[in-house]
Design a protein around this ligand. Structure first.
Ligand code: EPU
Length: 342
């Protein structure tokens, strides 16, 4: 167990104070040991993955951080089922799947972070989400200190949600995720930007071509982690896209000074609509590249808050609170933060 380890380098935001205790955990036995260490001292335990959806406070964390570095990918005989250890790099798994001609995660290329984080927030992009391909999850139940295996249904997936970040938050530490892909399957072209890109293609694009296109789109939006790029010091989307009753659209249109039909929206369950938070921000006056001290809005995508260099968690939180208040004042919609706050 290491002491007083700065956490900022372990996050894509590059923000945050130290962990009182810190250990890399490479297998389930080491995880149990870290849990026992925390229990013996009456300290909280935090499982750290890729740190790509995380904002660590300036004071750091006074408990035990267990960084999940478990590795290993096992493919089934049929070649389309994969058991992937939680510490594997997510994008590495996407590359492997595409190399093996397995469809189902090609639109999730270029997303930073580790495999273990994917079920927690039901990672999604460009018309795909991991809920479609996750078969099951193995996790440590901190209540019983036993490992459990649960099927997709038990994970309770919906948009950016699962039991792991809602009803059972803090109870489980994911150690392995099982995906079922489609060997030789067609790529998903659900997202308008992707359809446009391949509109003139004579043949159906390959998985690799769709994967590359997704990387290019992500890069153009500053959503690809590129060393040294200022827009990469972020946690991706900082707010969730709010889901509101369709009846609210009229008021939102008036507030934006537009006709109701001009408000972008996606259909959601139970007659509700999902609004792009980036659009709400822009209409509330937050342009790309806006800065407030050392924190700011990405120059390429309004939804990503960025560390302009030397930002503190307090800087980011001040900007967040300002945005939430202004958007709520204008549209009556309360934005929810996406990254985990430690
Ligand atoms: N828009 C703006 N300004 C911008 C960007 C977008 O007004 O700078 C508006 C436009 O109306 C645009 C709409 O927002 O049509 C949607 O934008 P985009 O397609 O970029 O997607 P998003 O809703 O902002 C979501 C996910 C992303 C994911 C993309 C692509 C959330 C919170 N975010 O963003 O996920 O990559 O869709 O599918 O659901 C993440 O969660 O960290 C993340 C990056």
């Amino acid at each position: 167990m290491l002491e007083n380890v700065p956490l900022a380098p372990y996050t894509t935001f590059k923000i945050g104070g130290p962990a009182r205790w810190f250990a890399d955990v490479a297998d389930e036995a080491e995880l149990l040991a870290a849990v026992a260490f925390a229990r013996d001292r009456g300290l909280p335990l935090f499982a750290l993955g890729g740190g790509s959806n995380l904002l660590v406070s300036d004071a750091g964390f006074s408990g035990v951080v267990a960084r999940i570095v478990m590795k290993g990918v096992a493919a089934s005989e049929c070649g389309e089922e994969f058991r992937v250890a939680a510490g594997e790099d997510w994008d590495g798994f996407v590359r492997l799947a595409v190399e093996l001609n397995c469809a189902g995660v090609e639109c999730l290329a270029g997303i930073p972070g580790t495999v273990g984080g994917t079920p927690v927030q039901n990672v999604g992009a460009y018309g795909q989400e991991v809920a479609e391909t996750i078969q099951g999850v193995r996790a440590l139940d901190l209540r019983t200190r036993e490992f459990v295996e649960m099927g997709r249904e038990e994970c309770g997936f919906s948009y950016r949600r699962s039991i792991f970040n809602t009803t059972e938050k803090g109870r489980y530490i994911v150690t392995r995720v099982d995906y079922k892909l489609r060997q030789g399957g067609a790529p998903s072209l659900a997202y308008a930007d992707l359809q446009r890109r391949f509109a003139d293609a004579a043949a159906q694009p390959t998985l690799a071509e769709v994967c590359d296109a997704v990387r290019q789109i992500r890069r153009s939006k500053g959503m690809l982690m590129v060393q040294g790029e200022a827009d990469s010091r972020s946690a991706g989307s900082f707010f969730k896209n709010p889901v509101v009753p369709a009846a609210d659209l009229a008021g939102i249109a008036v507030a934006a000074g537009l006709a109701e039909g001009a408000v972008p929206r996606y259909p959601a369950a139970h007659g509700r609509v999902k609004l792009p938070a980036a659009w709400l921000l822009e209409k509330a006056g937050f342009a790309k590249g806006t800065a407030q001290g050392r924190a700011g809005i990405s120059s390429r995508h309004t939804l990503a808050l960025v560390n302009l260099g030397g930002a503190t968690a307090a800087d980011v939180i001040a900007l967040r609170d300002h945005i939430v208040a202004v958007v709520e004042g204008k549209f009556g919609v309360r934005l929810e933060q996406e990254p985990v706050l430690l």
